[in-house]
Design a protein around this ligand. Structure first.
Ligand SMILES: Cc1cc2nc3c(=O)[nH]c(=O)nc-3n(C[C@H](O)[C@H](O)[C@H](O)COP(=O)(O)OP(=O)(O)OC[C@H]3O[C@@H](n4cnc5c(N)ncnc54)[C@H](O)[C@@H]3O)c2cc1C
Length: 444
């Protein structure tokens, strides 16, 4: 197969890169190892962007989901440090279908159940990728590759330098977790109880009952969990539980495994086994101790392990923690993002979740060192461990995907390498799509 652009990974980020480039007339092949799109957003049962979607294709997709009942309205979540505006969770099944339709309608060739096993690099530039599928091993030639694999699989194999997690000798990556859903939860009873509980420090509880289907978000249960753990002799690795609703179904984020090297199949598998144990234990906790869960049952366990952090590539610019807190102005910004700061301490302990003013992501953080014609987007962009606490969130991932797709198309049209893409042209296109590029452009 020949393509202008190959996008590796059809998760949270890849479809945004693929659709953006295809709408600019490029021949795009989007390659996904599983049988549906959305990655951690859909298969991971994550569903909720931790921040508002402020424009461009991400907002278009969410509004489309809203128009078919697949997402609710934005809401304010109250946290220890103030309010955070959140785009409501989506129904993951609706989202899989919408993302696929948007790809197909824009002319993207999706290849499902196809694993990208490596890049082909000649004379310092990527020439395409090797894929493995039922038909065996094949080569797809392309002018540009966009690595949206989350783990920077292609960049790493193309000899792009990278840092794992915080980059010190200890294991300092945010932990892995596995979501599950629970059916038969009395959501009204739960909401009424949560309003008066002092064990739920972070919350969004809509006044209007009709909004409970997409708008209930509760993080806490720390004291109740501690009592359960001590009284029942059940060992848990996480101090709190997050609950959220999407289309009236309860999504539970309650598991955690620390210190996993996800590139070891043995450790990866052990983490899944441990998550299953924690899912049984926390579902029992909810049923036995939390009002509204008395008749609840586990509905679905996420078919994929949720991985928060692995490789951060080194790019033309490495976004830093202070950049994302101070909102550093970047001339080459390709997105202003309002995602919360959301960090699970790699060594354990409570989650630090804070709403902060917008910050900017420079184009240079999508351009890796060491090889030509490769861009990265999603959670593996050039951002350090502290910056990744904001940039790993889905609003940022989708926005970097969109920008990478546009930049690849602009560079191909101009006959230059992506490293030399005309950023002002990229920015003009992004602005025309309604994407705010600087903090001051973000509307409240
Ligand atoms: C448990 C958990 C809870 C989270 N909670 C939130 C939250 O509440 N709000 C929020 O905004 N963010 C949250 N995040 C973060 C956010 O979900 C992720 O950082 C984001 O979804 C990553 O997007 P991505 O596109 O980079 O990766 P993914 O969505 O993981 O997509 C990567 C895709 O690439 C595919 N792939 C990988 N390698 C290959 C290959 N070699 N060949 C072919 N395909 C490949 C994968 O199958 C996958 O579909 C959470 C993360 C976790 C793990």
């Amino acid at each position: 197969m020949d393509a202008d652009i190959v996008v590796v990974g059809g998760g949270t980020t890849g479809p945004f890169a693929a659709i953006s480039a295809a709408r600019l007339g490029k021949k795009v092949v989007l390659i996904e190892r599983f049988g549906s799109l959305g990655g951690n957003l859909t298969l991971g049962l994550n569903t909720k962007p931790s921040g508002a979607l402020v424009g461009g294709l991400p907002l278009e997709v969410w509004d489309l989901a809203r128009s078919v009942g697949g997402a609710g309205a934005d809401y304010m979540a109250l946290t220890k440090t103030g309010g955070v505006k959140i785009a409501s969770p989506c129904d993951p099944e609706t989202m899989k279908i919408l993302m696929t339709r948007l790809c197909v309608d824009s002319g993207v060739q999706i290849l499902f159940e196809t694993f990208v096993s490596g890049p082909v690099v000649e004379d310092g530039a990527i020439k395409g990728v090797i894929v493995e599928c039922k038909a065996g091993r094949q080569f797809i030639r392309s002018k540009v590759v966009i690595d949206c694999s989350a783990d920077a699989d292609i960049a790493a194999q193309a000899n792009v330098p990278f840092v794992m997690g915080a980059g010190d000798s200890d294991v300092t990556m945010q932990p892995v977790s596995m979501y599950y859903t629970m059916t038969k939860v009395d959501i009204k009873k739960l909401a009424a109880w949560a309003r008066t509980s002092n064990d739920i420090p972070a919350r969004a509880i809509p006044e209007n009952e009709a909004d409970l289907d997409y708008g209930l978000w509760l993080t806490g249960f720390n004291n109740m969990l501690r009592s359960f753990s001590e009284e029942e002799g059940v060992k848990l690795q996480r101090d709190n539980i997050t609950l959220k609703t999407a289309d009236g179904l309860m999504y539970v984020n309650a598991t955690r495994v620390l210190g996993i090297d996800i590139f070891s199949p043995v450790e990866f598998t052990a983490a899944i086994v441990e998550c299953y144990r924690q899912i049984e234990a926390t579902a029992r906790f909810l049923r036995e101790r939390v009002p509204g869960f008395e008749n609840a049952r586990i509905g679905q366990v996420a078919p994929v392990l949720g991985v928060r952090e692995t490789r951060h590539v080194l790019g033309e610019y490495v976004l830093t923690g202070p950049d994302t807190i101070d909102g550093t102005y970047f001339e080459d910004s390709i997105a202003a993002d309002v995602s919360a700061l959301d960090i699970h301490d790699p060594k354990g302990g409570d989650v630090d979740f804070q709403g902060l003013p917008p910050y900017e992501i420079p184009y240079r953080s999508l351009v890796p060192m060491g090889v030509e014609q490769l861009l990265v987007a999603g959670r593996c962009i050039a951002a350090d461990h502290a910056a990744h606490a904001r940039s790993r969130n889905m609003p940022a991932c989708m926005a970097t995907g969109q920008a990478a797709g546009v930049a690849a198309a602009v560079a191909i049209d101009d006959g230059v390498n992506v490293r030399a893409a005309d950023v002002s042209k990229v920015q003009n296109i992004l602005r025309s799509l309604g994407m705010p590029l600087h903090g001051s452009d973000v509307k409240n």
